[in-house]
Design a protein around this ligand. Structure first.
Ligand code: SAH
Length: 361
């Protein structure tokens, strides 16, 4: 059965008129989905019972089930969702002042293979459909009390968003549409490992979102060790595609750098990174590594983090360190799904992990 989030508004209008209903009923259905937070078909109280029954026969309202819902004292909430085929993905709601940011996934697993990341340890299983991406947003939106609205979206959950570009763009279209979630495209950030052809396609898209590019190293040799997909992609090409995105969109870029103790956190790494970034209209998010169980990497010492950032700042780079949020709820994307698969039947408790609040504006 088709997911109700997959047909366009035009498709839904045709569905209504085919059944002798006025076309505007399609917009009513969308309002219930996106604005009025209906929990199921029966909640759509201004549609007649027979039409609700027919909708239920044609379309599935939810395709996911909430397998786990965790809440942290700081207001962060995380959902582990089971998809129709039994696969699992995660998504997170972060509360910060008046901000209500969500972090969503675009794939089951990830094919990029970054050595320190939990999402890619078992490779990529499949792309999420546009409906499955939108459903994460609607599930998280329904965690908010009435009157409270989502303000920011970061596509920094599981997967490489630009490896699933058509479905990502369809889903973000719903996030930014006035008759969707109505979130400004300036408050929607896509994080990529840096795939130049897809970055160029993104720059040609009618809506420009914020782009964050994961660097993690100041040279190709080290980057290829940390980000295996970089064996085919030169850092210069990633930076050129990022510059092109800025030229086309006017959106200030963000670069990300996961700081791994003893690996890419030395003073000379910082100095060379500064050389790469100086003069670019960009900001740098330095993310101290979140430990992943079973991986040998270390979180950098506070002193190393501080020295690293000071060198960059002295060179004129705009640096932010992303500290932990959502402690105690197993909140780094990719980790909860993995722990859920690993600990099945063993009763093992997941370890404490972290997530970062990476919204840009
Ligand atoms: N595929 C996209 C989105 C990944 S998640 C990308 O590569 O950008 C967003 C950020 O979290 C990326 O910069 C990613 O490298 C980083 N990340 C992944 N695992 C991490 C970990 N264990 N600790 C800290 N940051 C991590």
């Amino acid at each position: 059965m088709q997911h109700v989030l997959d047909p366009t508004l035009a498709d839904l209008k045709t569905w209504m008129t085919d059944r002798g209903q006025p076309a505007y009923r399609a917009a009513q259905v969308r309002r219930w989905l996106f604005e009025r937070r209906a929990a199921d078909w029966s909640g759509m109280s201004d549609l007649s019972k027979p039409i609700r029954a027919q909708l239920a026969e044609s379309y599935q309202f939810w395709t996911t089930e909430i397998a786990k819902h965790s809440r942290a004292a700081d207001g962060t909430e995380k959902l582990l969702l089971t998809l129709a085929d039994g696969e699992q993905v995660e998504c997170v709601l972060l509360r910060d002042g008046i901000r209500r940011s969500i972090c969503i996934s675009t794939q089951v697993g990830c094919g990029m293979g970054c050595v320190f990341c939990a999402s890619g340890l078992d490779g990529v299983v499949r792309n999420l459909t546009a409906g499955e991406i939108v459903e994460q947003m609607l599930r998280l939106d329904r965690l908010l009390p009435e009157g409270d609205r989502l303000s920011h979206v970061v596509v920094m959950g599981m997967g490489e968003p630009l490896a699933n570009l058509p479905n990502l763009l369809a889903a973000l279209g719903e996030a930014s549409a006035k008759n969707g979630l109505g979130i400004s495209s300036r408050r929607i950030t896509i994080s990529t490992v840096g795939l130049p052809p897809a970055m160029r396609r993104l720059s040609e898209h009618t809506t420009h979102y914020q782009l964050a590019v994961s660097l993690h190293a100041p040279d190709d040799k080290l980057r290829q060790k940390l980000v295996p997909v970089a064996k085919q992609i030169k850092l210069d090409d990633v930076l050129a595609a990022a510059d092109n995105y800025f030229d086309k969109s006017g959106r200030r870029l963000t670069f990300e750098y996961v700081l791994l103790g003893g690996l890419n956190d030395r003073a000379d790494h910082a100095a060379r990174l500064a050389e790469l970034l100086v003069g670019r209209p960009a900001m740098l998010n330095v993310i101290p590594y979140n430990p992943v169980s079973g991986l040998p990497y270390r979180t950098p010492t506070p002193a190393a983090t501080s020295t690293f950032c000071t060198i960059l700042r002295r060179a004129g780079i705009n640096v932010n360190v992303r500290f932990r949020k959502g402690d105690k709820i197993d909140a780094a994307c990719g980790q909860l799904r993995r722990l859920s698969t690993e600990s099945e039947g063993t009763g093992k408790r997941p370890s404490l992990v972290q997530i970062k609040d990476a919204a840009v504006t």
